[in-house]
Design a protein around this ligand. Sequence first.
Ligand code: ADP
Length: 679
Amino acid sequence: MHFSKGNLILILVFVGGIILPTAILSFLGFRNIQNEMFLAQKNFDENQAALEKDIEDAIEKEQEKIYQETKAASLFLYEQPRSLLEFGNAASFKDVAGIEAIFLYNNGKLVYPDISSKHFYPTHDFSSVVASVNEQRLFEAEQDTSSREVLLHRLIKTNSPFITKNEQVVNILGIIRLCYKEKNYEEALKWLKVLESNPHLQGYLHADLTRSVNLLHFEILVKQKKHAEAEDYSLSVLNQFLQSESIEDIPSAKFFFETAFSQILSFEDLSQEKRESFWNLRANFNRQLGYMEILSKYRKNFEDLLSNDFMSKDGILYRSRDDVTLFKMGYPFLSGNQIVIAKIDTEAFRARLIERVKNVSQRWKNVPFSIIDEKDSLLAGAIPDSSGVISQTRISGAFDWEFSLYEKDMKEIRRESRQRMYLMYGLLLFSLITVVFGSFFMLRFIIQEHKLLAMKANFLSSVSHELKTPLTSIKMFAEMMARGRVTKVEKVQEYSGLIGKEATRLENLIGAILNYTRMEHGTGAFKWERLDFSVCAKKVFEAVEDIGVEKGLEFHTKFEPGAYVMGDYTALYSLAQNLIENAIKYTNAPGEITISVYNEEDRAVFSVADTGVGIDSSEQKNIFNDFYRVGDEMTRSTKGSGLGLAIVKRVAETHKATISLSSKLGKGSTFTVRFKKVD
Ligand code: ADP
């Protein structure tokens, strides 16, 4: 095969630019795959070290963050309200996620919570005392109201050795509760006042019971809708509470104030100003009471931490005992011996750390690790079934956690490298297919191009030959006549006739070339109109009939009217002309040619049948190609350009018509064109 210089360069670029790099890449890729296992193991070791560091850093950083946040929150502690008046003001207080309570000490003395600076004792559980109201006496009292008075009187007056003061109070409380239950509020209040003002009994009124009395008193005032009195009463109780030297009933006080303030806040007639005050009061006071409760509960732990001198000013020290974790830090904002102790909200603190660890470990999905807490439960990662432990480290800080790294499953490494190998194979296969297909199409394109070029060259030489032959004849006859050698009239007539015939041949040839060029330029030059194909075909027939008759051929025609199609007249004319002329050209006398135009449902059909030389089945698909001529004797002796059927095919295509051919060598051919009919 012969390639042009341009094509050769294209092939070289293709080979050099695609095939060569693909081959080099494949080679490198295969070499890499061989190293894959070694690389995977190396990579894994590096990842393990990095993960371990990442986890340690994450925990340290999150703890540092909580510590910094606590430090920032401790700034507000000196500004917290101290007196009853201040409690009503809004105080800014900063909560830290993971910290339940925060305390400030100066020289070992508590500064915040402020109300706890008084001496207080840990509480005892008095709930059983409250519950053990002497049921028998109550029952008696319930039976007879008059006996209540007697009983009460006796209780207050008598200093009986058989009944303790505490028991006396409990009994009185029982009676007051009974009055309250019977909605006998006035009587209840009367006895409450006796109880609250009777010095004889008051001294013995235990703190827990005091709150019970207070709450009953408050509830009765609320029931009586004496809201202003109820508010004043709650404040007076608060005042008393703040002034008392020993505060030993934090849980019951908390309960009283929480209940009383919540009820007050639900009063509809409470002014906006008072509502704000009570709101702040409740927030400030309850927070401080809550902190005090913690302080009293874990008193030992606090004392232990306070007495520990090992503490730099900006350092941090954790102490975990009895399920409570405290941390101590130097108060950074004032000189002197200030210390902040914070109680960790274990769940929230732990949640923050775990969240951080999980975020970090997500980046190292293929490194097996686990973090186990002090209670042996898994916090992050997973414990693999088969792989052994490589290393175990303790994570220091607030919690005692264990961080373990495990061997990587060799199966997994193998699987991973196999996966990469498959991917590589896939990619190689893909590029190979692309290259093969690309080459195939390119080659086909080049061959086609080559054929076309050869055909065009062939066309040019045959066309110039065809043009030259008639011209030579015309020139010869014209010269002969011009020299005056031909004198006989018959000869002059014969020669002029020959000149005319040759000129027509020339004209036809030029017409075919022009037609073909017109088709090559596309349908832009077409003038679309509705026309009757019968009329068009008939015109063609009338123009060429003589040639056929002269040749000794017999014509049969049928031009059914109304075969309307949308099309360009000139194009359709040349379609009909080429088919009819071919039939005449390739049929020897005596022969028959049948030309018909008829309607068939939504189609207009044009068919030209001859009894001529026919076309071999192997040639049938080629004859519609540009410049194609069958290489038999008949064709060679017939003049033509090889463009006629190419024009027919193009016209049919542009008119969305179909062409069918049925032909048998030596018997004849029938060309049928079916157009879409229009109304
Ligand atoms: P040409 O100018 O050679 O006639 P065409 O494109 O019209 O070119 O036809 C292509 C070839 O098809 C012709 O060379 C001829 O061999 C063959 N051919 C066309 N029409 C007929 C027909 N009616 N009978 C036999 N052969 C035909």
